[in-house]
Design a protein around this ligand. Structure first.
Ligand code: SF4
Length: 708
């Protein structure tokens, strides 16, 4: 029987915590009685105001699921994963690292983290890589999610906080332009802010190749060709410039570089932009007019715009638009990125990125290195430099100069990484692979050692939601007897590697205090945040540099954290995607999410209510395209790209462009969309191009393709 933790809220009879899934981090109240765990939305948490989506309502099912890992596993001489003791499992992981580093050097050890890990775990994992393993090779799946928006925001605004304003600002915006996000399915409770906005007379413009659930609620849907986002942004800015609707006072007072982009923007006249994007000129003109006439307006980007080989430039072009209209730093206005993963924001701030130290510091900054080394109590020279980005690390596995022993914590890269079959080959070539997870994920199936991890409602820690609000994750029940928290796993491994003295903590709160000191003075400054302060204020927005600081709900009010204090325009020329349709692969492929599934599906594909809603991945195909290939609703179909093939069932819909096929990416094996996707990387963010590649439809299912 699971035991109820003593932090129960006696007034409500339930513990206040947050959903394990997306970055909206809905407030929940959870009560546990025996094996019965009840979840309700927390009406007192100001972000979701009691609302949950179906994923949240059913989240407790993963805690008691019969397929849950309840003991460590290790591969025996026959190649079978069998139960072992924790000591045996941890000894083997430590030995795997020692052997690889002894044979090939420090960088032969690698860590692959996750954007759903708590801030404390993200921080500790980064410290473990640099201090205990002394490897430069640590990165995480947020590289596949947030890195393009992050790089663009840092370059243009001086800092990256997904939404630099509270969500409540949306309701007061007269016009919102949302690009590449299907929030109505990915985080449905967010839509209440848009409903309020529209009830206030506001307008919503959605740019997306699909008529998504979000686009169908918009006042204007710009159905652009996949991969043409920056041309669309430049085209709207062109019209605003032509019509004299820019905020020249703001441009003069608060920005730099506008004169350098004028020439580029002048070349994006409406006829040309219609040819590139497929968006009719009248719709471009209408979008520009709505934005130009609004007193308060917002531009929001999502993964559709960001997960491209030119994702950073795409986001820069939309930030240009927001700056030229004078939106950023004003109430109910601005630019924001809708972060996806549960701790997609905090996970990118505290050192599990290859190029970063805690507090969003750069690992190649001497002052940052000295500060963090002092907090860690190590010689600064001992901290390695930048390592390989996520896909580049996966691409290096088992190869000379690459990672030979890898620990994956909180990620299912076999399903979530692009060019997934190649990633499987690389994982198989490792000398040693360890995976920490709740279930035997597709990645865990390849491991030498599998460590059963405690889940969201069984651990303490903090998360940072898409607004930059730092919130508490609270323990509601104890994990099964032989399951451990990742924090204890990291600390035990550090002991076995001879560095235990740097990894002794009384609990998550002590780690958070150290994280605060390590972040002090950095861009993402948590130094003034405590658990008590979070509890008293329904979360605290960073930066919060000292105990007397109330946090920063709205950023950029007085200036930008750049050298000049001004935001920067960047000239962006639209470039073609890395791969475009041709005679062999005549259609665009784009990927995304379903309402009832989350990321690689490791958790949600095991929840009956969710799988009954979407039992199979459906390829969305336009009726005209379906007719050309003699496909009907429900037909089995194989999609083929230069990377591989995957099987789907057909959904015939006018919601997709004739030249495009959409598939969700939550499934593995022969149904894995990422067997098809292109690992072409953005040159700055190293973000793979998940959102556009060239595909061919083969009408017959490939029955002999076992997903190897
Ligand atoms: Fe809220 Fe996201 Fe969880 Fe749905 S998945 S309940 S939107 S946090």
């Amino acid at each position: 029987m699971q035991q109820v933790n003593d932090q129960m809220d006696s007034n409500a009879g339930a513990t206040a915590t947050h959903c394990p899934y997306c970055a909206f981090q809905c407030g929940m109240r959870i009560s546990a009685a025996g094996k019965e765990i009840a979840v309700t939305g927390d009406a007192e948490f100001p972000v979701n105001k009691g609302a949950l989506c179906i994923k949240g309502w059913t989240a407790a099912a993963t805690l008691t699921h019969p397929e849950r890992l309840t003991t460590p596993l290790a591969r025996n001489e026959s190649g079978v994963l069998v139960p072992v003791s924790w000591d045996a499992a941890l000894d083997r992981v430590a030995q795997g690292f020692k052997d690889a580093q002894g044979a090939y050097g420090k960088d032969a050890a690698g860590i692959f983290g996750g954007g759903s890990l708590t801030n404390e775990k993200s921080y500790l994992l980064g410290k473990f890589a640099r201090v205990a393993l002394q490897t430069s090779n640590i990165d995480y799946n947020g590289r596949f999610c947030m890195s393009s928006a992050a790089a663009a925001s840092i370059g243009s605004l001086g800092i990256d906080r997904g939404l630099p304003f509270p969500l409540a600002d949306i309701a007061g915006a007269e016009v919102v332009l949302m690009t590449g996000s299907n929030s109505a399915e990915t985080m449905p409770p967010l839509m209440q802010y848009f409903e309020e906005q529209r009830a206030n007379g506001g307008m919503l413009i959605v740019a997306d190749p699909r008529l998504t659930a979000t686009a169908s609620r918009a006042d204007l849907h710009l159905r652009l060709t996949p991969g043409t986002d920056s041309a669309l942004a430049n085209g709207i800015l062109h019209i605003l410039m032509r019509d004299g609707r820019l905020d020249q006072d703001y441009i003069d007072a608060r920005t730099e570089g506008f004169d350098h982009i004028k020439g580029t923007i002048a070349t994006y006249w409406p006829e040309r932009v219609e040819r590139i994007t497929g968006v009719p000129q009248r719709e471009l003109e209408r979008a520009a007019r709505l934005l130009g006439e609004a007193g308060a307006a917002m531009v929001l980007t999502g993964r559709g715009t960001e997960q491209q080989a030119q994702g950073v430039n795409n986001v820069r072009s939309f930030i240009n638009l927001a700056l030229a209209l004078g939106l950023i730093g004003r109430p109910n206005s601005g630019y924001g990125c809708l972060t996806g993963q549960g701790n997609g924001q905090g996970g990118r701030e505290h050192g599990q990125k290859a190029d970063q130290l805690p507090g969003y510091r750069r690992i190649d900054d001497p002052a940052a290195r000295a500060h963090v080394a002092a907090v860690w109590g190590v010689d600064e020279a001992r901290i390695p430099g930048p390592g390989k980005s996520a896909y580049e690390m996966l691409d290096s596995l088992g190869l000379e100069g690459g990672v030979m022993a890898l620990l994956v914590m909180g990620s299912n890269v076999v399903v979530s990484a692009p060019n997934a079959r190649h990633v499987v080959d690389r994982l198989r070539s490792l000398d040693f692979l360890a995976v920490s997870d709740f279930f035997r994920s597709e990645t865990a199936e390849l491991a030498d050692v599998v460590l059963p991890a405690a889940q969201w409602a069984e651990e303490e820690g903090t998360m940072t939601n898409l607004e930059g609000r730092v919130i508490r994750r609270r323990r509601v029940t104890n994990p099964p007897a032989d399951v451990r928290d990742d924090v204890s796993v990291i600390c035990e491994l550090a002991e076995r590697l001879g560095e235990g003295r740097h990894f002794r903590y009384s609990g998550a709160e002590e780690i958070f205090h150290e994280l605060g000191r390590a972040s002090a003075g950095g861009p993402a400054d948590y130094a003034g945040i405590t658990y008590a302060k979070i509890d008293a204020n329904n979360g605290v927005f960073w930066p919060c540099p000292d105990a007397d600081h109330a946090g920063t709900p709205r950023m950029f009010v007085d200036g930008f954290p750049t050298a000049s204090g001004r935001a920067r325009f960047h000239a962006v020329r639209h470039g073609s995607p890395a791969e475009e349709p041709d005679a062999d692969y005549p259609l665009y492929l784009t990927t995304g999410r379903n309402l009832a599934q989350y990321q690689s599906g490791t958790q949600t594909r095991r929840v009956e209510e969710l799988t009954s809603m979407t039992p199979l991945p459906l390829a969305e195909i336009h009726p005209a395209t379906a007719s050309r290939y003699q496909l009907e609703e429900g037909s089995g179909v194989t999609l083929v790209t230069r990377r591989g093939a995957a099987n789907f069932n057909v959904k015939v819909t006018r919601g997709i462009r004739e030249d495009t096929v959409f598939v969700p990416f939550h499934w593995g094996g022969v149904q894995a969309a990422n067997r098809l996707t292109n690992p072409a990387l953005d040159p700055t963010s190293r973000m793979p191009e998940f959102k556009v590649c060239a595909v061919r439809i083969e009408a017959a299912l490939r029955s002999n393709d076992k997903g190897e």
